[in-house]
Write a protein that binds this ligand. Structure first.
Ligand code: HEC
Length: 131
C-alpha cells in the first residue's frame, strides 16, 4: 500500500511539474483582430474549423490554401452576400484582418486529413503543416 501511495505521489510530481512540449502558435495582431471580427459576427454559427462549428456554410480551415479559392476569393466573398450567407459591410481593413486570420488558421494544419497513416501499434500518425 505504501509503495502504491509513493508511486502515485511520484507520478503526480512528474505529471504536474513537467511543461508541455507543444507551444501554442501565436497569431499576429492583424489576425487577432480578424479573430475578433469572426467572433463578433458569429461566423462560427455557420462555418467550421476542423469540422467544428455550424453546418450551414462550408468548412473554412483550408480555404486560403485551396487553389481554387484563396485570399482574393475570400476577400471578394465577404461583402457580397450570397444565398444563405448574410451580406456584411466590412471595411477594407476589416476584410484584410479576416483574411489574415483565415490565413494563419490555414497554416495550422489540414482538414480533412487525407493522408493519415495507421501505425502497427494502433496509433494514427497525421500530417501537420510546418513540420
Ligand atoms: C447565416 C450563416 C452564415 C454566416 C453567419 C456566415 N456565413 Fe459564410 N457562408 C454561408 C454559406 C451558406 C456559404 C456558402 C454560400 C455558397 O457557396 O453559396 C458561405 C460561404 C462563405 C465563404 C466561401 C466559402 C467557400 O468555400 O466558397 C467564406 C469565405 C465565408 N462564408 C466566410 C464567412 C465569414 C468570414 C463570416 C463571418 C464574418 C461568415 N462567412 C458568416 C453562411 C454563413
Amino acid at each position: 500500500m505504501i509503495a502504491l501511495v509513493a508511486m502515485f505521489a511520484i507520478y503526480n510530481v512528474i505529471v504536474y511539474t513537467q511543461g508541455t512540449s507543444n507551444s501554442t502558435p501565436k497569431m499576429s495582431e492583424k489576425a487577432l483582430k480578424g479573430e475578433q471580427l469572426y467572433q463578433e459576427n458569429n461566423c462560427t454559427a455557420c462555418h467550421q474549423f476542423y469540422g467544428l462549428g455550424g453546418y450551414l456554410g462550408p468548412d473554412l480551415t483550408n480555404i486560403i490554401s485551396n487553389k481554387y479559392k484563396g485570399p482574393t476569393y475570400v476577400n471578394a466573398f465577404l461583402n457580397s452576400g450570397i444565398k444563405s450567407m448574410p451580406q456584411f459591410n466590412f471595411t477594407e481593413e476589416e476584410k484584410d484582418a479576416l483574411v489574415q486570420f483565415l490565413t494563419e488558421v490555414d497554416q495550422t494544419g489540414y482538414y480533412p486529413i487525407k493522408d493519415a497513416e495507421k501505425e502497427a501499434n494502433g496509433w494514427v500518425r497525421i500530417k501537420y503543416k510546418n513540420q
